[in-house]
Design a protein around this ligand. Structure first.
Ligand SMILES: *Cc1c(COP(=O)(O)O)cnc(C)c1O
Length: 450
């Protein structure tokens, strides 16, 4: 069989299996992966044999996060338009670091960048980088902030590094995402020297507790807490700290997409006053992995932080993606972003975000009605459920995962063990939500004594 036909048949069967298989693979399927763990043979194979091995042994051991009943972490699915665009871009096999290597990929990235700024209500002046995920987007924003602040202090950090550089105060909320701490560490800003501001019961930074700042600082705010979905009041943070040398960065890995919805954009009021933003396209825009986005208002800071030059690198008037991201050679991320936006349109994107939030409210309403506690204000797509004490809740989470109708993770929210439901996929339907709620309630009833 033709390789394309073989691939199409297998891919179709796999996706059709999303509705027939447990969301999480069985232990037997996971164990069977060891069949691939053999010494590499001497001879070459046919490409079909390689694909067959992947599909026959790999596919059964995958988590069905491309389906509509995966509610773990914050994991979007892949819109068909974005999926096929990515596959097509892979057929093109373009190196998208330089415009001379791929005028097509770079133009699409440039168009996507402009569309994104408009949809998200961010300043047109922003530099936009396409990176692997929000962790690298946070990193890219932080090194831009580092550049800007230290340049104003007369220090060339790209040339001299951070040894002996003027100190920069770094402020985060107490419910900061772990990836932001990782990014601070990577950027040489240290994750332990930061000032952590207490958070309220929804995880929002208590702005009045931010101390007066002397000198330069980076304030890392958050739009969309990974547990509750809550938003820091970025409007107030920016108003309280208007100084030029206080850079406000927003980790908005999924929360930024609220800006695309007329009904939800009140949540991100004033967000455009910040200096930089990190988000994920592979979460709520529902493009395949890896795809994160960084936006930096002072474009020059991003470009200077990412600067590299060599005599063989051409200077052009086109966008040069490597100037906006840590990587040089890389895949054509702009193509899947372009395709998702082109497919959805403004209304379609707003509708996707609003529908997921509606489903989250439905989960909360039905589970509360059944007698369980919802630990957060469901302002977005995240729901935290407690079924009683920690042991009972953990037991129910495990049973839900084993049941396979849907998959939800666990968390500890401000000392309370909870099941976490995140609705982030285009693929989630009314029917998926209904059957998942029914399964969760049935399992909870079985596991609660009395
Ligand atoms: C997911 C997430 C991140 C990290 O994003 P990656 O794409 O995994 O790098 C950072 N911050 C928040 C709030 C997130 O939800």
């Amino acid at each position: 069989m033709d390789m394309f036909d073989d691939f199409t048949k297998r891919a179709k069967e796999y996706l059709a299996g999303n509705n027939k298989n447990p969301v999480y693979p069985s232990q037997a399927s996971i164990d069977a992966l060891q069949q691939l763990n053999i010494p590499l043979q001497e001879e070459s194979l046919q490409p079909e044999q390689v694909l067959a091995a992947l599909d026959e042994i790999g596919s059964p051991a995958t988590v069905r996060s491309s389906g509509g009943r995966y509610f773990g972490f914050v994991t979007g699915g892949s819109l068909p338009a974005a999926l096929f665009a990515k596959l097509f871009a892979t057929v093109w096999d373009q190196n998208s670091g330089l415009s001379v290597q791929s005028p097509a990929a770079v133009t699409l990235e440039d168009i996507s960048a402009q569309w994104l700024l408009s949809i998200l209500g961010l300043p047109e002046s922003c530099g936009v980088g396409f990176v692997t995920g929000a962790t690298m987007a946070n990193f890219s924003a932080l090194v831009s902030a580092r550049h800007f602040i230290l340049k104003n202090e007369g220090w060339d950090v790209e040339a001299k590094g951070l040894f002996h550089a003027p100190e920069i105060t770094v402020i985060t909320g107490d419910e900061v995402h772990v990836s932001l701490l990782k990014a601070l560490n990577l950027a040489g800003l240290g994750r332990e020297r930061i000032i952590r501001i207490p958070a309220d019961d929804q995880g929002r930074m208590m702005i009045e507790k931010i101390p007066a700042i002397v000198g330069s600082a980076i304030i890392c705010a958050q739009a969309g807490n990974v547990n509750t979905g809550a938003f820091d009041n970025i409007d107030r943070i920016c108003d309280r700290f208007p100084d030029k040398n206080i850079w406000v960065h927003v980790d908005a890995a999924f929360g930024l997409w609220a800006a695309a919805s007329p009904k939800l954009k009140h949540l991100v009021k004033g967000i455009e006053k910040a200096d930089s933003w990190a988000t994920d396209a592979h979460k709520w825009l529902n493009v395949p992995y890896d795809c994160g986005l960084v936006f930096v208002k002072n474009k020059d800071s991003l470009v200077k932080a990412m600067s590299a030059s060599a005599s063989y690198l051409p200077t052009t008037n086109m966008r040069e993606p490597f100037q906006y991201a840590p990587e040089m050679s890389r895949e054509a991320r702009g193509v899947s972003v372009w395709a998702a936006l082109k497919y959805l349109g403004r209304k379609g994107l707003a509708e996707l975000i609003e529908r997921n939030c509606f489903y989250a409210r439905q989960f909360a309403y039905k589970l509360k009605e059944a007698g369980y506690s919802i630990l957060n204000e469901v302002v977005l797509n995240q729901v935290l459920v407690s079924f009683g004490n920690a042991d009972t809740t953990l037991k129910i989470i495990k049973a839900v995962q084993e049941d396979g109708t849907c998959w939800c993770g666990g968390t500890v929210w401000q000392g309370k063990t909870a099941m976490r439901i995140s609705v982030s996929s285009w693929a989630t339907s009314d029917e998926d939500v209904k059957s998942s709620i029914e399964a969760i309630i049935l399992i909870a009833k079985k596991n609660i004594p009395g």
